[in-house]
Ligand binder design. Sequence first.
Ligand SMILES: [Zn+2]
Length: 316
Amino acid sequence: MDKRHSLSKSNLVEQIPAACSDEKTAVEFLEKQRWGNTPACVRCGSVNVYQMKNAKTGERNERYLWRCHDCKEQYTVRIGTVYEESRIPLRHWCYAFWRACTSKKGVSALEIKRQCQISYKSALFLMNRIRFAMAPENAHQLTGVVECDETYIGPRKPRYKGTSKRGRGTSKTPVFCAVERNGQIRRRIVADVTTETIESAIREEVARSAHLMTDEFSAYRRIGPEYAGHSTVTHATKEYARGIAHTNTAESSHALVKRGIVGIYHNVSREYLHRYLWQYDFLWNNRQMNDGERIIAGIQGAEGKRMMYREPIGKM
Ligand SMILES: [Zn+2]
């Protein structure tokens, strides 16, 4: 993890509930996560900055503004983060981050709506941005023993499996997954499960030095020689593992996503599925962290992402 952190983890887990119920505590909590003990100007990077005060009360300005002595910029901790275009109180963001980063199967917008007493639309906005904060940045290629597998997620299986490349109508969505043994995972939606599509996903996600583990599905047959090694298990003959050759990690990760999507979200359409994959990948990739560390990782992912956000889900 990088430079910014000064809070101890146990300390952090104690602070979170307070940050979820009081706005000033929430603002200061997020400021601490972002700047540590040296608050900096979001425009010029100067640390010659100060908190603006209310002239009458001497308390912090009601918008929690900061001002830079050098460039005169006024700003808040929201600037340059996924919260920037939102007026939803930061204490609700803290609550949603807390739940999203610590619930194995995820947390629904409906639950955030109930707990924070905000509109469903606001809760949805919040959760979508949080999932975006969890999206991978500069993800490295997977190495070592890497299991590759594909699955279908969503309401219904394609009706003409094998003949139609895209399924028909509202079919289940094909998802490709590559996962290192005891390491990182990369899941992505794929247009289909043809050899060409699967191969290009593998080439992007997996380093050539890796040893691939797949089942006997034809799309995996041709690419083996490009890699350091390739072992397959033949599920058709009820072979699930042969020594270290198995795809159990990939399969159990699919099962986790499916249980979460059916149990918590009651299905997700293809259009939004990638966001849920970001969230599940984030939880998987940070599973060795304790809750406090994972919350920090989520909140830090919120910074610097605003400008990249292109999805038309409107302002809130
Ligand atoms: Zn400045």
